[in-house]
Ligand binder design. Sequence first.
Ligand code: SF4
Length: 63
Amino acid sequence: MVNVRIDKDKCIGCGFCVAVCPDIFELGDDGKSHVKGDPNKCDVKTLKEAAEGCPTTAITIEE
Ligand code: SF4
């Protein structure tokens, strides 16, 4: 079971995580990323790529 958290104060809405895992992340009306689906739909390696590539380290993956 994987849990994904996004720190909205840190997110700058760059869209990187959306490009990496479009089934999990989407940009909301506030211009920030949020989790739209079950994070278990995306493999953990890809989720970690999204987290590690986030320019502001706004994404936390909890396993
Ligand atoms: S990669 Fe980080 S800063 Fe960019 S949209 Fe996703 S959470 Fe926000």
